[in-house]
Ligand binder design. Sequence first.
Ligand SMILES: Nc1ncnc2c1ncn2[C@@H]1O[C@H](COP(=O)(O)OP(=O)(O)O)[C@@H](O)[C@H]1O
Ligand SMILES: [Mg+2]
Length: 517
Amino acid sequence: MNRRVAGALGAWVALTVVAIALVATVNFVRLRNNFEADARTLHRVVSQRADQHDAHLTSLAAVLASPDHSLATFRAVAEAVLRFYPRITAIGAISFAPVPGWAFTTREVPSNRPSVDELAAIASNLPAGQTIVLAGANGTAAYHLVKRLPETTVQTNALVMTIGARRLMDPEADLPEGTRLALRDPSGHELVQQGAPPSPSGMMPVLAFEKELGSRSQPLLLRISRSPVMSELLPPIAIALVAALTGIGVILASFVLRERRAAREAQARASLHEHQARLAHAMRVNTVGEMASGIAHELTQPLTAILSSSQAGLRLASSLSPDPNEIVGVLDANVRLAKRAGDILSRLRAYVSNSGPVPERTSLNQLVRNVAELVQSDLERRSIALNLHLDPGAPSATIDRVSIEQVVHNLVRNAADAVESLPQERRIITVATFFDDGSTGIAVSDSGLGIPPADLPRLFEPFFTTKPDGMGLGLPLCERLVEAFGGHITAANDPEDGAVFTIHLPLIAESRKEAAE
Ligand SMILES: Nc1ncnc2c1ncn2[C@@H]1O[C@H](COP(=O)(O)OP(=O)(O)O)[C@@H](O)[C@H]1O
Ligand SMILES: [Mg+2]
């Protein structure tokens, strides 16, 4: 797997984990807030219900305390209470004397109710008006409220109300699944519980609420608890969404990074090119300096010829009977010579000009001839012979003429350096153009001592030189210039003698076709 892809995958996984943790936290906080709101509401409702029991007992006591202390009225009120409040399952009235007994009890007598003797014993110990909670028998999910009536009430001494704990804590609105409710009486006895106990797996935090009811007579403890399930904190759809979003984010980020890197690389390439162009120009200017004497010499020739032909013309013109045809011939020659001098100078100007490379279809033979003219005087001065082997197939390539001229020029100068110390008759440089079905290009060979095999792989390294005053920049520059047009340059030793440097250039599409025919 590619390193960049692995990095992106890692970033995606890490981001997804962080995002999922965030989603879970947000969901947990939301769940906890909802849970607390639900629990508080339920606590308020249950407390109000408990208060209603006190109110009922008070009104029942008031009925019994009324002057006619009619049991029939009492019965009617009790029946109404039982009908409207299904959680109140039984109501009874006890009289202590002569022996404890029921003065009134609803038709359905709860089986779990303590005996009338026990109830009377408990009630007789209470101050008048006081109410206490009496736990129901185990597993009955009910409790009894016992209220001692004031002495002024004749016939009856206490009231007993039985309340179904399950209905008491029944929530009005459905609570989320997994919510557990429990109600304890003041002695710590659990009256009722409902819902599964919270999952014991330690993974999930348990939400819990515990508070005594706000009723003075029934200080029951309401306990609400719930442990959220995984899918509530992290719904699969949210996980998928988060993974997709972070994935898109990572892809976008890596795209932007790649673009930026590409831009940086392009900039680096551009500045390298600029640098090369400047170096190439500097080297050209440098060579021109070296060539100045040769050029001066080259210019002398047409200038001397112009001078002598002009003198001849003057003589002709001042003769007694000037022949106009002869004078025209002299002027013709002058024009030709002046053009030649002009050509030499414009080639030179083109060579040192600092215009950027302009690739266009260029004749390699003409290019080599141009270079030969530039170097000729210098080579003559050093008694070096220059042979041109120009391919009659007129090879051409899409290149910037001045750049490749500079390459050939550099190679010829290296060749000249290589043959300079040989005896005069063996100082030979050959520049050949070639064009075959595979490639086209220019080869520069010399009759020197060749390149030591150990140096061969290092020739194109910048600053590699074996010359005392060498720079070691010629060949690396040549390589860059040739590669700029899709070509390459190779160095080898000729089996006979000397070195051969070959510039290989891409064929132009149509000449490739011609070559194939
Ligand atoms: N025609 C050649 N024959 C032998 N050695 C050569 C030839 N051309 C180049 N070299 C070797 O390659 C080295 C690097 O050449 P170049 O990059 O032009 O730098 P410089 O000419 O400044 O030394 C030269 O110093 C020389 O050792
Ligand atoms: Mg050189």
